[in-house]
Design a protein around this ligand. Sequence first.
Ligand code: GLC
Length: 414
Amino acid sequence: MKIKWITILLLILAIQTHGQGRRSDMDWWQDARFGMFIHWGVYSTEGRGEWIMYQEHIPFSEYKILAANFRPANYDPAGWVALAREAGMKYVILTTRHHDGYCLYDSKVSDFTSVKVGPGKDLVAEFALACHQAGMRMGFYYSLTDWHLPGVLPQGYSKGDQITGPLVKQAHEQVRELLTKYGKVDLLWFDGMTPGDTNVWRSGELIKMARSLQPGILINDRAGTGEDFVTPENVVTAHNKPWESCYTMNRTWGFAPFDQNYKPVAELIRLLTSCASQGGNFLLNVSPDGDGKIPDQQANSLKEIGKWMKVHGEAVYKATASPVVAPNLGFQCRVGDKVYLFVQRWPGSVLPFAWCGSTVKSARILTTGQKLQVDQNADRVWLRGLPVLPPDPYMNVVELTFDGPPQASNPAYR
Ligand code: GLC
């Protein structure tokens, strides 16, 4: 009887420590809030996005010629990583293999790789080295589908075992390769699976292998098993589990010079702060050209965001949702005992907000450092002495310091 109780106790303890382990593995990512997505591959040489093989129904015989001509002379992953750092991003995720099946790395189980066709070298190895040398967190995007294998296009992989068998086997092997040959991998970003096909892909087994090869790795939800975080695409939607909104800067993931529908810097910062203020991450995509160069327009926007982050980053990293809100002005977040107001509707010299259940000790405009006069009457607060016009062209931030944990006087009010 005694032994039984001890066993149960140990079991509970083990479950708890396991849970804590997983939670602490996520800490760096929850603190980071901002990452870089990189869509790059054979398709980048054509400049019509990453889906051309499918959308233009390019036969493999023809696509292979594009791959042979993929010779990125200006491939400089250290430069990409430096740009990500300059923008204030804390992790980078590269498409190691997109839906076309072309591996940017050396794979024993495929002939369609950057070592065997095109560049003649392992591009992921150079990327990994650049990340490790810079101390940048590194993620691998891996699409499970593979349009280059016979029979996968146009009918799709789930239409028969002869197609599915080799495809799934290859994916398991290639994920193993990715997670054994490039040192520490912080994040695995699956894509390309038809929802509901977890049995076809033996996703559970795949995830188990990934976690055993890279303890502490974070895995997204797109292998169909849930895992560590969900991945809304080109939309900001808060979830009750960790989430990351991935976004294009224009409207295409892969290099597409015709697509000049670029979001202005102010909009990109609004999206980033919108994610952070709801406790989510923002993964912003760049699309290098076939030569490896990130288009100027994208690089310039990232540099502008970086300048803004230098001044306002403390309101983004580690941000979670705030109990004290000021929806009349924009949105807000909480970092420790501070609340940051992202003021999108600048109110002029007096900034009022309400339903504040804690005492505001001091306030300042983060953008300029200017201290503000604080008047508080019960749960109503007025900040005074603001410039009539907003000082920052992109997003103005006001920092509130409280005498303890910030609380709302009426949590129902948002
Ligand atoms: C979609 C697209 C793909 C892109 C991905 C990024 O799944 O098919 O091209 O890589 O979104 O989230």
